[in-house]
Unconditional design. Structure first.
Length: 341
């Protein structure tokens, strides 16, 4: 079968199509024919060698939708032909985190493409428990985005950020793969989204997604603009998709509000004032991938039309280098998805 191998750390041209052995299922596994795979910024960081534990010689990609084409002898809850999303990481199913439904915090295994396998391939073999069936009305590229970025964003806003109807929510990196879906989620949950972008060219696009306000800040010093937009009250919640903007995000928050950090794109440190956290009783919390139950919720929201996956480009797998360059050059509004060879 064909697969895209990361031959060495560096630029997009280090992603090379190779013929590799076809995976075979173990007793509890299924083999999924990959119909679509999203390109996440996590993939870009891995390709560049900027992730702890990153390896070469692996297949990248954790945003996967496809069809089950083979299964092991012990698999009885999945059938050949099932349309499924593949969960982002392996999990043991028996540790305390797994037993309380927090598969995202299981320490037994790691994420696809780091220690196991990835979706830039024709086929992938995973435990059947990692697959989440979905309705036929959702197309393949849309389904590939259900787990990350959509469920990841849903968790950050609703479960971690504890957003309530009527809340005002600021979103940094609003035109990226996370931000474009967060605008829609905030709207669907009854909130008032403020999109923050460094590019004036993206303002109209963000308003078309449902942003109530757009703050254009080329140097990402947006706190005073957000503060003034809210009548100097501040926002109830900030979803920080960038990381280096954390100090600005904290300054935007009202008393008793929260900042949820989802990104650390340039790997730099951020300095915040502890006194501001104390005075305004601000909660700062990290978030990441969603548990499986919230992936199901995300799929239901897509199926119900509450969220429309935003896809900037669909490219064949053999143009993976071009897909990565689009992200490197910040030429996307939403996600890039690969489909077909």
């Amino acid at each position: 079968m064909k697969a895209i191998i990361l031959e060495a750390f560096g630029g997009p041209d280090n992603l090379i199509a190779r013929d590799v052995a076809q995976p075979r299922p173990g007793p509890s596994d299924v083999v999924v024919r990959v119909q679509a795979a999203g390109v996440c910024h996590h993939d870009v960081l891995h390709r560049a060698g900027k992730l702890p534990g990153a390896k070469t010689g692996v297949v990248l990609g954790h945003e996967i939708a496809g069809e089950i084409v083979d299964k092991g002898s012990a698999v009885d809850r999945r059938a050949i032909g099932d349309r499924v999303v593949v969960y982002q990481r392996r999990f043991c199913g028996v540790c305390r985190s797994c037993l309380i439904g927090r598969q995202d915090m299981c320490k037994a295994f790691s994420a696809p493409a780091i220690d196991t396998e990835g979706g830039y391939a024709e086929l992938i073999a995973v435990p059947a428990s990692m697959t989440i069936p979905f309705q036929s009305g959702i197309n393949w590229p849309a389904a590939a985005l259900a787990c990350c970025p959509i469920a990841t964003s849903l968790r950050a806003i609703r479960s971690v950020g504890q957003m309530q109807p009527g809340d005002t929510v600021a979103i940094t990196g609003a035109s990226g793969g996370l931000g474009v879906h967060q605008i829609q989620i905030v709207r669907a949950l009854g909130g008032y989204p403020i999109a923050i972008t460094s590019s004036p060219d993206k303002a109209a696009f963000l308003r078309s997604l449902g942003a109530a306000e757009v703050v254009v800040s080329p140097d990402l010093t947006f706190a005073s603009d957000v503060w003034n937009l809210t009548g100097k009250r501040g926002v109830d919640l900030v979803i920080d998709n960038l990381g280096q903007t954390l100090a600005q995000s904290v300054r935007c928050v009202t008393t008793g509000g929260a900042v949820v950090v989802l990104g650390n794109l340039d790997q730099s440190a951020a300095t915040i004032q502890p006194g501001l956290l104390v005075a305004r009783r601000i909660r700062v919390q990290g978030s990441g991938m969603a548990p499986i139950d919230e992936v199901r919720h995300a799929l239901a929201m897509i199926a119900g039309g509450l969220i429309k996956p935003v896809i900037s480009a669909v490219l064949p797998f053999d143009r993976v280098s071009d897909a990565h360059r689009l992200l490197d050059n910040r030429q996307t509004n939403g996600r890039v998805v690969m489909q077909g060879w």
